[in-house]
Unconditional design. Structure first.
Length: 214
């Protein structure tokens, strides 16, 4: 079973707002490349700023990505508790005899830090963070899911991903995995259904309950 991180497990930027991080990264980028900085100023998504930085050049991309990773690690420390129902879902997956991989476009470092902070490391077999210096391999590319399945010696088509974004649905479809859309905002339920999610829920506890009664 694959879990996306930001949403299903943790609200990464709950304590350190994403727009604030995006602004800091954009200032860093603009100091190196004015045109790329102007483009980045149009988004409040830190990961999108990093993509723009990589488009501007490998060295600039690496610098902004390192700053993003540092900000993510800082953010998860002040992010508060796990998503309601997430711990129960992780426990239920393990109790059902399945293994968990966290597959995220966030850095592996911030995922590991959050799992350590909340004593959840024992429930997660693998952490697959964004491929360093290769933003084109992040979800919706199926690369992280295929890599996670290989590391766990599993057939990716026998796996399911729980994700809260359209890129998760797209990555799972591309990999041949099943996908459960976690609609943590009201507009997402229809979006995920239209995108062909195998199931949609607005409650991580419901996933735990389903696994427990299966």
């Amino acid at each position: 079973m694959f879990f996306d991180f930001d949403g299903p497990v943790c609200d990464v930027f709950a304590g350190l707002p994403a727009p604030e991080v995006a602004k800091q990264l954009t200032a860093l980028l603009a100091a190196q490349d004015e045109a790329a900085g102007a483009k980045a100023a149009e988004t409040d998504d830190p990961i999108e700023v990093m993509r723009i930085a990589h488009e501007a050049g490998d060295e600039i991309g690496r610098m902004v990505e390192q700053a993003l990773t540092a900000a993510e690690v800082e953010a998860v420390v002040v992010a508060g508790p796990p998503t309601p129902g997430a711990v129960e879902a992780l426990q239920a997956v393990r109790a059902s005899g399945r293994a968990v991989a966290v597959v995220s476009n966030n850095s592996a470092e911030c995922v590991q830090r959050f799992l350590e902070e909340h004593g959840l490391g024992e429930f997660v077999a693998k952490v697959i963070g964004r491929p360093s210096g290769q933003p084109h391999l992040m979800k919706p590319n199926p690369f992280p899911l295929i890599g996670a399945a290989e590391q766990m010696q599993m057939d990716v088509t026998h796996c399911a991903l729980i994700g809260d974004s359209l890129t998760d649905i797209q990555a799972a479809h591309a990999a041949g995995s099943m996908v459960i859309g976690y609609a943590n905002k009201p507009h997402k339920a229809a979006l995920f259904s239209d995108a062909g999610a195998d199931a949609v829920t607005d409650d991580m506890q419901a996933i735990a309950d389903a696994l427990t009664t299966a």
